[in-house]
Ligand binder design. Structure first.
Ligand code: NDP
Length: 286
């Protein structure tokens, strides 16, 4: 049986250390980090993510506001709101919850956020800095995955790592961070031929595709470390499940993250860390 990598525990420890850091920042600068989240529309998934983020921020002592706008908001109105927040010296972090309604171009919105307040690290400047290995901010889910691997004592240097999925927010950035850790990285995607052959090479397998229980036990090398990023509704039980068939995979992998309770909590904790980092970078610039 594999060891379960407990993302909840690792995330809790990170949040505790952030809470202590915020107390120190308050003593030193007389204010605490301030995060503003913009939520457009009332998609239940987005509402639940935003609620989770606000709760985590409050627990850590990060001031936070959620600005809600109807899904009829125009792109210009949204850009104007972001411009106001960019100009507000008391705001350290800005997050626009994605996805946005179809009539709004996400790229324009992401590019409108001041890079030094871009807690998601999706702005092209932050993406560029990351690829040049001179990071200002690291996107939350990839950052959380690297922290989980390190906390679980997983060796990365010289190891064969396969990332399944090549999205801008998970697959590609995590592949780059793993490369920075001196792993030998393969990125697989929907056009990859013989996917099972590729995934079976992996000492560390990171899966971010969004398909319930897609990675079966026979696609995993015995003893591999498996990180399951997927968040899906199980069509049988209606509960949350990952992209990996956890029940079977836990008999093959040496270590594995559960869903829920693996990568998800780390993403939120890393968002909080990015908010604290934005605050620190901004006060240090003055
Ligand atoms: P995207 O839909 O943006 O990307 C999915 C990727 O998976 C694409 O690169 C796609 O390939 C690849 N893919 C799809 N089908 C297959 C297949 N049959 N074989 C191999 N590759 C395939 O998803 P995201 O990266 O945004 O998210 C992935 C999952 O992670 C989702 O379940 C999402 O909910 C979850 N997630 C979880 C987070 C957390 O904090 N736990 C945070 C972010 C996401 P191609 O490029 O060729 O289309």
């Amino acid at each position: 049986m594999s060891e379960i990598i407990n993302g909840k525990e690792v995330a809790r420890a990170l949040r505790e250390s952030l809470a202590a850091r915020v107390v120190e920042l308050d003593k030193k600068y007389g204010r605490t980090p301030n995060l503003v989240v913009i939520l457009v529309g009332d998609d239940p998934g987005s509402v639940s993510y935003v609620t989770g983020k606000a709760k985590a921020a409050t627990e850590i002592g990060i001031r936070n506001t959620t600005i809600r706008r109807p899904d009829t908001i125009t792109q210009d109105e949204l850009l104007e709101l972001i411009a106001e927040l960019n100009a507000d010296d008391d705001v350290d972090g800005i997050l626009v919850q994605l996805p946005l309604p179809k009539h709004i171009n996400e790229h324009y919105v992401i590019q409108a956020i001041a890079p030094e307040k871009d807690v998601d690290a999706f702005h092209p400047n932050n993406v560029g800095h990351m690829w040049l290995r001179e990071p200002m901010l690291i996107p939350c889910t990839p950052k959380g995955i690297i922290k989980l691997l390190k906390e679980s004592g997983t060796e990365l240097s010289g190891k064969e790592v396969v990332v399944v999925g090549r999205s801008n927010i998970v697959g590609q950035p995590v592949a780059k961070l793993l490369l920075n850790e001196n792993a030998t990285v393969t990125v697989a995607h929907s056009r990859t031929a013989n996917l099972g052959e590729v995934t079976r090479r992996a000492d560390v397998l990171v899966v971010a595709i969004g398909k319930e229980r897609f990675i079966t036990a026979d696609m995993i090398k015995p003893g591999a470390v498996v990180i399951d990023v997927g968040v899906n509704r199980d069509s049988r039980t209606g509960k949350l499940c990952g992209d990996v068939d956890f029940e079977e995979a836990q008999h093959v992998a040496s270590k594995i993250t559960p869903v829920p309770g693996g990568v998800g909590p780390m993403t939120i904790a890393c968002l909080m860390e990015n908010t604290v980092e934005c605050f620190e970078n901004r006060v240090n610039k003055r």
